[in-house]
Design a protein around this ligand. Structure first.
Ligand SMILES: CC(C)(COP(=O)(O)OP(=O)(O)OC[C@H]1O[C@@H](n2cnc3c(N)ncnc32)[C@H](O)[C@@H]1OP(=O)(O)O)[C@@H](O)C(=O)NCCC(=O)NCCS
Length: 165
């Protein structure tokens, strides 16, 4: 299934992932964030142009003290540059069909491409909305950062995972 850059003509009012804030975001707030450049969004859609899954990416710096110990030693700045996978959600009617994985892998590939060739970023960071989301990300190797509740996957780990494929 193809991943598209968000376009406001895509239909979003039917989207329901079971989490109100993530539904509201794609239905009401996304167009403004895409327009002002703060949050590009990538989607999967069905044949009727209805969004059935999406994710957003932006840059984020995390305090060095919040990062895993091995990064604290290596980086000499007080803040560590990362890419924030801000939101990722799939419509309930399509749970369990591999769309969550497809979107996650797509976001990691995109992040790796940027970090390798364009803009410094040592990890992809997520801010899981609840325990279920935390479990989903943990399955793919994200490490919980206890101080912030965010989760962290180093670019090195991502690069190694794609090299093995
Ligand atoms: C979490 C979410 C994105 C998963 O989407 P999905 O399309 O159902 O997931 P997939 O079908 O791609 O599943 C991929 C793998 O993750 C596993 N998985 C799915 N949801 C999981 C969860 N909550 N916890 C642990 N593992 C999970 C699946 O079992 C599958 O494992 P397998 O490959 O070993 O069979 C989806 O449930 C969702 O949108 N939830 C509401 C929004 C949300 O919580 N977003 C998370 C971040 S903010």
């Amino acid at each position: 299934m193809k991943v598209y850059k968000y376009d406001r003509k895509f239909i979003r009012d039917t989207f329901d992932c079971g989490k109100e804030s993530l539904n509201n975001y794609i239905q009401k707030n996304i167009t403004r964030d895409v327009k002002n450049g703060s949050c590009p969004c990538f989607v999967v859609k069905n044949a009727f142009d209805e969004v059935i899954g999406y994710y957003t990416l932006s840059t984020e710096s995390i305090p060095k003290d919040d990062a895993p110990l091995q990064f604290q030693k290596k980086i000499r700045y007080q803040y560590i540059p990362t890419i924030l996978l801000g939101r990722l959600a799939v419509d309930k009617n399509h749970f369990g069909k591999g769309l969550g994985k497809l979107l996650l892998v797509n976001s990691l590939k995109r992040s790796l491409e940027v970090a390798t060739h364009h803009i410094g970023a040592v990890a992809v960071v997520v801010d899981p909305i609840d325990n279920e989301a935390q479990e989903f990300y943990a399955k793919y190797g994200f490490i919980l950062l206890p101080d912030s509740g965010k989760m962290f996957l180093s670019m090195k780990t991502i690069a190694n995972a794609f090299e093995k494929q």
